[in-house]
Design a protein around this ligand. Structure first.
Ligand code: NAD
Length: 296
């Protein structure tokens, strides 16, 4: 049994925390939202009154927070994790944040005597609840080995991507490709259907031809061919447009900062931003096919 502090018990963190409790760990839970803490307590975690109290005796600290500014504040503020936790503890930030923020936070943690990994996830709330997330991990070999037993409780696939920040690099590069490929898939289905070829026939041909991709075969944006896809449930997420937009903005910022060309990533960001501004930010991102139809 390991003593673990869990900070950020939202849509993702709630299920991840429960899986750690169910695996027999002693989990101290903290969130600014008292309801989220109360829910974790019903799953067997103990409530901490403050961030400092949650982390003070922890051997491992897991954070699952909305964005970089929350992560920096929780780790670096005066009474944050780096001043309140025991040096030697392993710190695991599972939030999706900017590569630079992850690297700065890890550097400060290492200087304060901690092991730290960035370990963003692939998989949504269902995978968080089921303990089947994929973790893309950045950090030293020693930090990765210390974090791995904790990650294995919450996930199915744990990949060491290299030094600090590389977990975030893997996450944003993958999601940029996903955002682009979904738009391409939606355009292809829309074109085929508009010219008289039904979605199922086009799927049968293209899914075994050179157009094949995950956006088509696992998450088809046209209703019909893939039963489990959000397109068959009025585009309820799944993975919402606003979450894809967050990741594309992180990718665009990283590309600009490194002077790397990413024209399609930039266009994808604009397309999802337009959906969000039109009030469709809560739709599944495969609903981009609806905005193409509206443009016709
Ligand atoms: P969420 O908003 O549901 O949960 C975040 C929690 O953090 C909230 O309960 C909030 O009260 C808490 N919080 C914020 N600031 C805090 C602070 N200073 N101290 C303590 N608690 C604080 O978000 P989520 O959907 O669980 O996502 C968490 C992270 O996971 C994000 O970075 C997101 O991009 C990433 N992610 C989410 C999904 C998904 O499907 N939801 C999938 C992959 C990755």
């Amino acid at each position: 049994m390991t003593q673990i502090a869990f900070i950020g018990l939202g849509n993702m963190g709630g299920g991840m925390c429960r899986n750690l409790v169910e695996a027999g760990h002693d989990v101290r839970a903290f969130d600014l939202n008292a309801e989220a803490v109360a829910k974790a307590v019903t799953h067997g975690a103990s409530a901490a009154e403050s961030l400092a109290e949650a982390v003070k005796d922890a051997e491992a600290v897991v954070t699952m927070l909305p964005a970089g500014k929350h992560v920096k504040s929780v780790y670096l503020d005066q009474d944050g994790i780096l001043s309140a936790a025991k040096p030697g503890a392993v710190l695991l930030d599972c939030s999706t944040i900017a590569v630079e923020d992850a690297r700065d936070t890890a550097q400060a943690a290492i200087e304060a005597g901690f092991l730290m990994v960035d370990a963003p996830v692939s998989g949504g709330t269902a995978a968080a609840d089921a303990g089947t997330l994929t973790f893309m991990v950045g950090g030293s070999e020693e930090a990765f080995n210390a974090a791995k037993p904790v990650l294995e409780v919450m996930g199915q696939k744990i990949v060491h991507a290299g030094a600090s920040g590389n977990g975030q690099v893997a996450k944003i590069a993958n999601n940029m490709l996903l955002g682009i490929s979904m738009i391409g898939t939606a355009e292809a289905f829309n074109l085929a259907e508009s010219l008289g070829l039904d979605a199922q026939t086009f799927f049968d041909i293209s899914s075994t031809a050179s157009g094949q991709c995950w956006s088509m075969t696992s998450y088809c944006p046209a209703p019909g061919p893939v039963e489990a896809a959000p397109s068959n449930r009025d585009y309820q997420p799944g993975f919402a447009v606003d979450m894809m937009l967050k990741d594309l903005r992180l990718a665009a910022d990283a590309a600009n900062g490194a002077d790397v060309a990413s024209p399609l990533g930039g266009m994808a960001e604009q397309i999802y931003a337009a959906m969000s501004e039109a009030g469709q930010g809560g739709l599944d991102f495969s609903g981009v096919i609806l905005s193409l139809k509206q443009e016709q």
